[in-house]
Design a protein around this ligand. Sequence first.
Ligand code: C6P
Length: 416
Amino acid sequence: MGVQDAEPLDVERIREDFPILDREVGEGTDLVYLDNGATSQTPESVVETMSEYYRTYNANVHRGIHRLSQEASIAYEDAHDRVAEFIGASGGREEVAFTKNTTESMNVVAYAWGLSELGPGDEVVLTQMEHHAALVTWQQIAKKTGAEVKFIRVTDDGYLDLDHARELITDDTEMVSVVHVSNTLGTVNPVSELADLAHDHDALFFVDGAQAVPNRPVDVEAIDADFYAFSGHKMCGPTGVGVLYGKRHLLEEMDPYLFGGMMIKKVTFEESKWNDLPWKFEAGTPPIAEGIGLHAAVDYLESIGMDRIQRHEERIVEYAYDRLTDHDDVTVFGPPGDDRVGLVSFDLDGVHPHDVSQILDEHGVAVRAGDHCTQPLHDVLGVSATTRASFYLYNTREEVDALVEAVDAARELFAV
Ligand code: C6P
């Protein structure tokens, strides 16, 4: 059974897991939360799991031999195994380090691998649709090492130009770093194909999965990603915890990025020996409650089914795309409505996105306006900012209608 056949979600039931969705954001104005690409809401089971940690076994991990520390350590370590299983990493916890967020995961690899492996003549290939998390990071590492960064073009309809990718990825390429799902265009990139291209030239392949893991089944081994990064707070989990998956042999070969306590096995005044994976990449006290909360988020998402969540978003976004583009003065950037993830970044002719989002806010509709941390992509699109509505498992068609009505109100208000 494919994603197309996935059973529809019982959204009304799911909404009961998220009490925040019932709140008002003004006198008699219901919240319509369409800013999930920035941060998703948190189900009760995750809040409860984290509260239980603080209420009953709050302690530091890996250190104490007392009961609370043992319980916290087991729960924290188990969370790594659960996340590994969720993304198809057969090496378990050793291939999954917890970080602060996707950005930090990117920096770990850029600094730990990039600084020592890159030099003049080497190339890092990104795409024009990269988030600043990848773009700025590799740009800085390239400056420090003398390597060059190249960008795979985005076509007019929001896809990657794969002919250009084949041209750019050569034997000089050491790293190909690609966003799995664009947070601005909603494009789903052909990551397996790009992994093959990178590996054909002995380059490593890094996937930024911040917008993919929350809404579709992801199997890092099927993709053949060398590294894969994502954040807890976009997938029903807490802020403050992110994930770096790496193939075991690569993580073993890499030096740590941050140094200090917990990441060492033996220290003398002259030398230090690194801890086992993944702790070697988790210096200092890690995000314990957050890691345990992420475990609960994964349990929650899987209890619903990632294929069902993907299909739900596809249905919602197709409806939103059709309704918004009913009007000639709305431009939705990226692929057509039936080939994108659950987000739409759009321009309402003659009205600045900040004004649009303010009117939407007055109608209770929470969206994001700006460059979504993809300024160079916005240069390619020829706009400085867009308004973005991003959907998740608890959003309804009625909420899309509320969005469209609020856009109508903005149109009327600013009509010249
Ligand atoms: N995008 C958005 O509103 P952090 O902030 O480290 O958790 O995630 C960074 C990040 C990396 N890659 C992609 C594709 C992303 O979408 C994000 C976060 C948010 O689109 C905040 S800019």
